[in-house]
Every structure is written in structure tokens, then in C-alpha cells.
Ligand binder design. Structure first.
Ligand code: KIV
Ligand code: ZN
Length: 513
């Protein structure tokens, strides 16, 4: 990093990102994402909203225990009971932050809170004071600041800084603002609040008009030194500012920005893939930075230019954001040591020798089917191994499918379920449908399929298919993943992974429910 001022990156994939309908994550999935964010050198990880449910509390607690390098943050309304719960969940964090909020816009105060501006101000101050009992690191957000009265915002901000808030986050909660005006708002607040120099100003922009990143950057130009964002722009409704876009804009245009982040940008693509796989929210191919086509040149003129000099049509290097252009790393004859070494280079670690051995056995199986094993295959294989470890209630023992022109596809599935093996045959409109019907007739989960998606992990017809299945039951939403060179087997694995989560009694409701 240069000697420029620091721009703090606050990632809220695990909190606001999880508020995307359908993007629920288990506690272990949240820990895996948090570890990836820590590797990326994200400064603050907002791990959840501890009062929302026991599952949310446990997830924040688990992230607080697992992460050592980044600050871990928990969200709390401006209420003592919320703040107590957040303080408790964060107790074991190496560095903890409590983020408390209350709405300040006329419509939110009148219609939602039914409180006067004076009452809101008083509650905000009490909340910050209470949060300071747990940590020195307190962030305050005037929710819907983007539609709040600037004079009132100034009064609230001055009072909460006085009460001990070190970060003042200005949310454009409904994505209503436009860059020039939002930038001016930030400049105005910093200039007008008398004790503004005692706090870091932050922004949290939603993408309802597609302006979340533009608004965040306008704020940075006007003095904000923290950006709240999410991987792949996940988040409530149209999402939040995408971390990868905000970070790469600032890094690429150091000629115009007065600050820089500490982010290790080579971790961006692997983390994006991890989040997409876990949430089932695929990244569109033309998405900036992390889309499959973000560095692909189709037009002949462009290809010719790039071959002569990359900078004719590229403003960033693919490898700087973690694209490794399908590098072949291992094959059938690679040994255990090469496997372990490459995983280490990819920052994939195992908790035990047993886990490593299991993953190596899977690698050998895969190498028998697929000659060239890429980094992406290794990532999927490890995900698959950790999923399989969780899959204790239902296991796929065998699968046979028959698909023939003019005939109804048929699947014969053998599952380990309820302490024994059961074999069932079913027909369906396709081999995947037949497989799911067969599994259903054994497990009888009564859940509803909300999403089924298949992605090729690498290029070529021998690529592994990565399948995501989303199920809903009584308001609970879970995502399951599976990968295999046979997409019907990958689908069965993903379905079983989701079923294992949905029938697990400890799993929590989606925070929106
Ligand atoms: O969008 C919003 O206002 C929020 C706050 C809780 C910061 O997510
Ligand atoms: Zn938000």
C-alpha cells in the first residue's frame, strides 16, 4: 500500500448479503466465507444480526472465534436487548465492533417507529453509550440517511460521536440517491458536524437505481473513509455496492482517489466463486471484475489489440483479481504431497489428516475421470468433501439413470437414510427430475424446490458440473451444492446436501422470515 490515507473495507455479505431473498447460509458456511474475507484482508466483517435468531447469534459467535485478523462486527437496533446480544456474541473476537442503528428519515420515524425526532436522537445516544460498555469500537447508522433532513442528521451525528461512536455510517437504505448529491451530502456532514474529526465517515449504498458503487465512490471523493459492501453485490432487494467493483475502481484509478484499501485483490475471484456457490446466486457473465466474460475479448479488433499490447483494451490484469485462466495444476499421477502443496498455495487448509486423506481420495477418483485438474476443480472438490462430512443423515450410496430417445428417463437411487439403505426407482421428465423424485420418495421432506442451477466449473465437456439446489420449508430456506463430472450425480449430491440441511432441526429460519 502507498502512504495515502486508508479506505476501510467493511464487508456485509454475511449480514446484508444474507438478506437477499434465498441467500441463507449455515453457520459453517458463514465461517468459511469469513475466513476467505480475512484472507482478502477485509478490515471489518459484519457477521450477522445476533438478536435475529439463535442461529444468527451462533453464526456471529463462530465467526468471532474463527477470525483473528479482521474486526468482527454484529448488528443491533438501538435497543439494549439487541446490543447485549451482539456484545455477547462478539465476546471472543480478537477485535469486535458493535454496529447500532435507528432510522432518521421523516417517513421511517413517523410510519415505522412512530417516534418524534427528539425521541430518536435520545435513543441513538443511549444505544451508543450502552454499546460502549462492550467495546470501544462502536459504529452508528442513521437508517435511511439518504432521505433524512440534513440539519437533523447533523444533530444526531454530533450527539452520537459525543456518546462514543467512532464510525458514522451514512446508509442510502433505499438506493434513492445519485452520485453528485450523495457526495455533497457526505461533504456537508463532515464540514458541518463540529466533532466530525473524531469519527470515520462511512457509506452503505443500496443498488435500487444501479448506483450503489457510483454513490459510494462519490462519497469517498468527498471524505468518506469506509465503504460498506458485499461480495458480488449481494444484498437486500437489488443488493449493496459490490466490494470487487469499489475496491478495483479505487485501486485502478489511484490517479484520482486520495486513498487506497489494504485488500489483497488476488483473493477477489476465489471469494466471489465461494459466495456464489454457497448462496446459489450465480454471477452474470458480464458482471464487472468477477463475471466469466469480464476479461474475455470477442471482437477481432480487440483481440488483435490485446495481442499487440494488453493495455489497448484492458485496464486491469485478470491475474491481479484472481483469475488464473484455468491453469492445469495436477493430474492422475500427482501424489499426495503435490496435492497438499497446491491446496496450501490456494490457502485451503484441513483441520485434520483424516480430512486431507478424504479429499485426496476424491481427487484420485476425479483424476480417473478427468485428465486435467484445475484449481477450480480442487476448490469444488474440497467443498464437496466438507459437504459430505456434514451429510450424516442422508447419504448417496448409488445412482443409476437410464435416458433413451422416446422413453421416459428412469433413475434408480440407493440412499443411506434413517439408519439403513433403501433403493427406489422413479421416472421423470428428465434424468435429474427422475433422480429427485426417487430421493423424495425415500426422504419425504415436504420441502419445495425454489432453485436448481448448473454451472460448468471449467471449460470443456469433461468439466465438472457444479449444481445448486435451493429448498424452502415452512419459511426456512437452504441451499445445497454438489460437484461431479456427471451432472446427474452432481444434482443428486446438491439435492441431498440441501435435504440434510432442511431436515436438521437446529437450522434456523431465514432472517427475513
Ligand atoms: O440499508 C441499511 O440502512 C442497513 C443499515 C442497518 C445500515 O442495512
Ligand atoms: Zn443495507
Amino acid at each position: 500500500m502507498t502512504s495515502k490515507e486508508k479506505l476501510i473495507i467493511f464487508d456485509t455479505t454475511l449480514r446484508d448479503g444474507e438478506q437477499s431473498p434465498g441467500a441463507s447460509m449455515t453457520r459453517d458456511e458463514k465461517v468459511r466465507i469469513a475466513k476467505a474475507l480475512e484472507r482478502m484482508r477485509v478490515d471489518v466483517i459484519e457477521a450477522g444480526f445476533p438478536i435475529a435468531s439463535p442461529g444468527d447469534f451462533e453464526a456471529v459467535q463462530a465467526v468471532a472465534r474463527a477470525v483473528r485478523e479482521s474486526t468482527v462486527c454484529g448488528l443491533a437496533r438501538a435497543l439494549e436487548k439487541d446490543i447485549d446480544r451482539a456484545g455477547e456474541a462478539l465476546r471472543d473476537a480478537a477485535s469486535a465492533r458493535i454496529h447500532t442503528f435507528i432510522a432518521t428519515s421523516p417517513i421511517h420515524m413517523e410510519m415505522k417507529l412512530r417516534m418524534s425526532p427528539g425521541q430518536v436522537l435520545e435513543q441513538a445516544v443511549q444505544a451508543v453509550r450502552h454499546a460502549r460498555r462492550y467495546t470501544d469500537n462502536v459504529e452508528f447508522s442513521p437508517e435511511d440517511a439518504g432521505r433524512s433532513d440534513t440539519d437533523f442528521l447533523c444533530r444526531v451525528i454530533e450527539a452520537v460521536i459525543e456518546a462514543g461512536a467512532g464510525t458514522i455510517n451514512i446508509p442510502d437504505t433505499v438506493g434513492y440517491n445519485v452520485p453528485q448529491q450523495f457526495g455533497e451530502l457526505i461533504r456537508n456532514l463532515i464540514e458541518r458536524v463540529p466533532n466530525a474529526d473524531r469519527a470515520v465517515f462511512s457509506v452503505h449504498c443500496h443498488n435500487d437505481l444501479g448506483l450503489a458503487v457510483a454513490n459510494s465512490l462519490a462519497a469517498v471523493m468527498n471524505g468518506a473513509r469506509q465503504v460498506e459492501c458485499t461480495i458480488n453485490g449481494l444484498g437486500e432487494r437489488a443488493g449493496n455496492a459490490a466490494l470487487e467493483e469499489a475496491v478495483m475502481a479505487v485501486r485502478t484509478r489511484q490517479d484520482v482517489f486520495p486513498c487506497d484499501t489494504a485488500i489483497d485483490t488476488t483473493q477477489i475471484v476465489p471469494t466471489s466463486r465461494l459466495v456464489a456457490g454457497i448462496t446459489g446466486f450465480a454471477v452474470q457473465p458480464n458482471k464487472a471484475i468477477v463475471g466469466a466474460n469480464a476479461f474475455a475479448h470477442e471482437s477481432g479488433i480487440h483481440q488483435d489489440g490485446v495481442l499487440k499490447n494488453r493495455e489497448t483494451y484492458e485496464i486491469m490484469r485478470a491475474e491481479d483479481v484472481g483469475w488464473n485462466t484455468n491453469r492445469m495444476v495436477l493430474g492422475k499421477h500427482s501424489g499426495r504431497n503435490a496435492f497438499r502443496t497446491r491446496l496450501k498455495e490456494l490457502d485451503i487448509e484441513f483441520e485434520s489428516e483424516k480430512e486431507l486423506n478424504e479429499a485426496f481420495a476424491r481427487f484420485k477418483e476425479l483424476a480417473d475421470k478427468k485428465h486435467e485438474i484445475y484449481d477450480e476443480d480442487l476448490q469444488a472438490l474440497v467443498t464437496d468433501a466438507s459437504l459430505a462430512a456434514e451429510n450424516e443423515l442422508i447419504k448417496l450410496v448409488a445412482l443409476k439413470v437410464c435416458s433413451e430417445t422416446g422413453e421416459k428417463p428412469q433413475a434408480e437411487v440407493t440412499l443411506w437414510f434413517d439408519g439403513g439403505e433403501t433403493k427406489v426407482t422413479a421416472v421423470g421428465s428428465g434424468p435429474v427430475d427422475a433422480t429427485f423424485r426417487a430421493i423424495d420418495s425415500i426422504v419425504k421432506s415436504e420441502s419445495e424446490l425454489q432453485l436448481y442451477s448448473v454451472n460448468a466449473i471449467t471449460s470443456g465437456t469433461d468439466s465438472q458440473g457444479e449444481v445448486t439446489v435451493r429448498l424452502e420449508k415452512a419459511g426456512r430456506i437452504v441451499n445445497g451444492q454438489g460437484a461431479d463430472t456427471d451432472i446427474v450425480i452432481a444434482s443428486a449430491k446438491a439435492y441431498i446436501n440441501a435435504l440434510n440441511k432442511i431436515i436438521e432441526p437446529g437450522n434456523r429460519a431465514h432472517p427475513q422470515v
